[in-house]
Design a protein around this ligand. Structure first.
Ligand SMILES: Cc1ncc(COP(=O)(O)O)c(C=O)c1O
Length: 383
């Protein structure tokens, strides 16, 4: 059996044609494909605006900058995420405060966030960064209410969840990144994600001011709206009004993104076929501590189950060329974050989860035969 990763890209001849067409065109870096990709992505998630950037980490950094995170500002996030979610606050000189996860959903536990907010002096925190971990859409309606109560902004890290949604208290679908509940949402187009541009990211929002600010910050802080320049020396004139970055996406990447986005729906459907097969195969098994469950609106970026003897199991799977992976080592236990005082025991639910979690292969081109092999190899290990 060939190597089976936990996630991988799906590149078609049409994708390759889209990229080579750009290579033959006038624009390689930010050109017409960027605006086209942004419009198509905004339509896909249902937001008013979208800004394409060089990767998901840049999307988070620009979001934190646009929301004015400053030295000393405290921001709450989950320890069960990729390090980039927390790092964006520290890039701006702010400080991340981790709050533990819900043992059932593995998402940021709103009750614990509420307790943290209520037990801290008013004004201690500036914002919250909830994550749609594994593709499971977090209930942002509840987080919005809490954030409004404490005058906080929300950045939704939706890197795992394009196409994901939850049902709100009025029975309405709330798509991840639709801009209605979070101030800003971020996405990543790394090759293991739902759609890829090689490296790439997107920020979505319904806030026009934040949208323009992020567009400026994406390209050195150079003002994009010439009417707002402080003077005008001539047709060559541009103005850098604040310190920005080069976080631009290329037209080559955007062309791939546009082509990939056309198959986002079918890729998501395939993920939704794979997940229940694992669920059915492992339901009631003594070696399983927890399965993710079949959840409406889950985008199944990852299929994370909790296993007994996870460490031995992962070795057995790797020996059989199955590249199962651990998502994630709790971020507060990273050496960088330990220097701020974070230690074992601070996030007991996340730390217990980390002992057992394992992400099994799930991606649109995973074949039935490959999934069968993964299931049989796991069963064989515990037999
Ligand atoms: C939850 C989460 N946030 C942020 C990122 C960062 O995205 P990128 O790798 O595109 O910088 C990732 C990517 O792995 C992620 O999984």
């Amino acid at each position: 059996m060939k190597r089976i990763p936990y996630g991988r890209q799906h590149i078609t001849d049409e994708d390759i044609r889209a990229v080579t067409d750009v290579l033959k065109s006038d624009y390689l870096t930010q050109g017409p494909k960027i605006a086209e990709f942004e419009a198509a992505f905004a339509e896909y998630v249902g937001s008013k605006y979208a800004v394409a950037v060089s990767n998901g980490t840049a999307a988070l950094h620009l979001s934190a900058l646009a929301l004015d995170v400053k030295p000393g500002d405290k921001v709450i996030t989950t320890p069960v995420t990729f390090v980039a979610t927390a790092n964006c606050v520290h890039y701006c000189g702010g400080e991340v405060v981790f709050s533990d996860i819900d043992p059932e959903t593995h998402l940021l536990d709103i009750d614990k966030v509420r307790t943290l907010l209520q037990s801290s002096p008013k004004g201690t925190f500036k914002g919250i960064i909830p994550v749609d971990f594994a593709g499971n859409a977090i209930n942002l309606e509840e987080f919005r209410k809490l954030a409004d109560e404490f005058d906080l902004w929300i950045i939704e890290d939706a890197s795992h969840a394009p196409g994901g949604y939850f049902i709100d208290s009025n029975g309405h679908k709330q798509n991840c990144g639709n801009g209605r509940l979070a101030d800003l949402a971020t996405f990543s187009f790394h090759p293991v994600k739902h759609i890829t541009t090689g490296e790439g990211g997107m920020i979505t929002t319904n806030d026009e001011k934040l949208y323009h600010r992020i567009k400026n910050l994406r390209s050195h802080g150079i003002q994009q709206n010439y009417d707002l320049n402080q003077k005008n020396d001539g047709i060559w004139y541009y103005e850098m009004q604040e310190l920005g970055y080069n976080y631009r996406m290329t037209d080559i990447e955007a062309a791939l993104g546009i082509s990939q986005l056309k198959r986002a729906g079918s890729g998501l459907e395939r993920r939704k076929e794979i997940a229940p097969i694992y669920e059915k195969a492992f339901a009631g098994k003594t070696f399983i501590k927890r399965l993710p469950g079949i959840i409406e609106g889950h985008a199944y970026h990852l299929f994370v189950a909790e296993f007994e003897n996870r460490d031995e199991l992962i070795q057995h799977l790797r020996k059989n060329n199955i590249m199962a992976q651990v998502h994630y080592i709790p971020v507060h236990l990273m050496p960088y974050y330990r220097q701020f005082g974070w230690k074992e025991g601070d996030m007991p639910v996340a730390e217990k989860y980390y002992q057992h979690c394992l992400s099994l292969p799930i991606y649109p081109t995973l074949t039935e035969e490959e999934q069968d092999f993964v299931i049989k190899t796991i069963e064989e290990f515990y037999a």
